[in-house]
Design a protein around this ligand. Structure first.
Ligand code: SF4
Length: 562
């Protein structure tokens, strides 16, 4: 039995924040979950996927986050509690669905988990998704640790049902990936996995007249949510003093630890916020009135700092607000405990002698270890074949690339990655280069990424007569995020049989005339085929198919499988 199905309330399990969210969803009786994998959110989906194989929970890896959001939304409209989870940039993909979903709302609870990545440990930007809560008008919760992550997930379903709105649960990498003891709650006796959709076109079909009315409903629900935020048990005042600290998320831990280390708990009052959208205006106002100076400690953007300034200005509260605008804290990257300790000591005006860092200058410099493709990775072979063929042709190319292991094609000795914005951009940007240059263009995309966001721009390329070669690096899995399944995969985890969607047939059906398939380990044959595909400058697709070495090993399959 999966450990997260342990039915012993009160027992403690050592869980990752992401596992705690999955457990919270199970305790809340989630009946359907849908996701596209993306670090730092991946373990939520992976865990629910595993659990779905032992329970009635319906789980799907959708082809992208927007589809996952739509799947979860429809399930919740039919009366089943649903969850979708994604990394922060995934919410950009799902944003089109999100914004109108906020208008039409849901019937059963729906939770949207977005995992932000301060410092960009595995991401292309460090956007602060708390602003999606403001943009969409949806309630948002921010856990500070795994226990809260579980409790807030359970509460998020209840809140969602009370307001008939999806609720955003926003984590960051540290909260998602820290492991801590979590006290289990009871599991539901039954979980509703089948519902019934009651037709309500005056609500669920947002033609302009309907949408106008629903926007009013959303604003009204926002007011109700604000009252709830003010009284929420997740928003707490801790301690007493003339110096106030407002904080949320993982920074809560750094603040509380710093106060203890500096021994100033009796001089500082902390406003720890977990229900952060709508702003708990009443609570903020009382807090600001009760202190002389406030330091706002939050990672990334000054979201709460702005709330504090707005509330102080609107209510005529005279208080010094310090944080990012005052230069005490940066808008960049993750915080760390030592940094927060020093800032609090400075603001509190106490002498602080940070522990001396040990002198390590005598140590020899470590050789740099840039990330690289695994030894024997099939992508490496594909790159080398294309490089060789281009050399023979005496040509150079622009290489738009995409999100996946092959982004590492950027680095020497391969150096075949010139342009990247987001999922699917290798195909869309190739269209742009084709329209504006006479250069040869060879784009790279993975199988999972093609299904996620590469098919629409491919149709665009056909329709607008763009001329480039798209290389689909089909390694039979979503390798980068931990080997989740993809629609074209042939090697399937036992018990996970599903229809196979052919990349070649889709490309041909879209109108691509030249589609070739190579096995990059069969070099001679592959070179001939690549040469043919590069003849002329028409739109062509090369499907380079060989399993990810790490994935193939799990199933005992030779890398040279054809
Ligand atoms: S995980 Fe797989 S696809 Fe990614 S670099 Fe390693 S072998 Fe290649």
């Amino acid at each position: 039995m999966h450990p997260l199905l342990t039915d012993q309330p009160g027992e403690k399990l050592l869980l990752l924040g992401n596992e705690a969210i999955a457990r919270g969803a199970i305790e809340a009786g989630v009946g359907l979950a849908a996701a596209y994998p993306g670090t730092p959110s991946s373990e939520i989906a992976n865990t629910l996927f595993q659990i779905s194989r032992e329970t009635d929970l319906c789980f799907e890896f959708s082809v992208n986050e927007k589809v996952a959001m739509e799947v979860a939304a429809a399930g919740a409209a039919a009366g089943v509690r649903t969850l979708t989870c994604m990394k922060h940039v995934g919410l950009n993909v799902a944003a089109d669905a999100l914004m109108t979903l906020a208008y039409i709302g849901i019937k059963a609870g729906m939770v949207i988990v977005t995992a932000d990545d301060p410092s960009m440990h595995s991401s292309q930007n460090e956007q602060d998704n708390r602003f999606y809560a403001r943009l969409s008008g949806l309630p948002m919760l921010e856990p500070a640790n795994p226990q809260e992550a579980k409790e807030m997930t359970v509460f998020a379903f209840e809140l969602s049902e009370r307001l008939e709105l999806p609720v955003i649960l926003r984590t960051t990498t540290r909260t998602s990936h820290v492991r801590a003891p979590v006290t289990l709650g009871p599991l539901p006796e039954t979980t509703r996995t089948k519902g019934h959709f009651e037709k309500e076109p005056g609500r669920f079909v947002p033609v302009p007249a309907v949408a106008r009315a629903r926007h009013q409903v959303l604003l009204q629900r926002g007011k109700e949510a604000q009252v709830m935020a003010d009284g929420s048990r997740f928003n707490q005042r801790i301690g007493q003093g003339s110096l106030g600290i407002i904080t949320s998320g993982v920074a809560v831990n750094y603040v509380l630890d710093a106060l203890e280390a500096l021994e100033i708990q009796d001089r500082v009052e902390v406003l720890k916020l977990g229900f952060t959208h709508p702003w708990p205006v009443g609570l903020l106002s009382e807090f600001l009135k009760s202190v002389e100076t406030v330091l706002v400690v939050e990672e990334l953007e000054p979201y709460l700092e702005e709330a504090a300034r707005v509330v102080a200005q609107e209510r005529g509260i005279k208080v010094d607000i310090l944080g990012k605008a005052s230069g005490h804290l940066p808008r960049l990257y993750e915080f760390n405990p030592a940094q927060i300790r020093e800032v609090i000591a400075e603001v509190a005006g106490i002498e602080h002698h940070p522990p001396q860092r040990p002198d390590l200058s005598w140590l020899p410099e470590l050789p740099p270890r840039p990330p690289s493709l695994c030894p024997g990775c099939p992508h490496r072979e594909t790159y080398l074949i294309i490089k060789d063929v281009l050399k023979d042709l005496g040509e150079e190319a622009i290489y738009p690339t995409d999100i996946g292991c092959y982004t590492l094609g950027l680095l020497p000795p391969i150096q075949m990655a010139d342009y990247l914005i987001c999922m699917g951009s290798s195909v869309g940007s190739a269209c742009g280069f084709s329209a504006t240059t006479d250069q040869r263009i060879i784009s790279f995309i993975g199988d999972s990424t093609l299904f996620h966001a590469g098919l629409s721009p491919l149709v665009n390329a056909v329709y607008n007569r763009h001329r480039f070669t798209l290389v689909v690096l089909d390694n039979e899995t979503t390798a980068m995020t931990g080997h989740q399944p993809t629609p074209s995969q042939e090697i399937m985890p036992p018990g996970y049989e599903h229809p196979r969607v052919s990349i070649e047939e889709i490309c041909r059906a879209a109108g691509v005339k030249k589609v070739v398939t190579i096995n990059p380990y069969q070099k001679k044959e592959a070179r001939e085929k690549v040469k043919k595909a590069l003849e002329g400058r028409d739109l062509s697709v090369i499907v380079s198919r060989a399993p990810c070495i790490l994935y193939a090993r799990k199933f005992g399959i030779s890398k040279a499988k054809s």
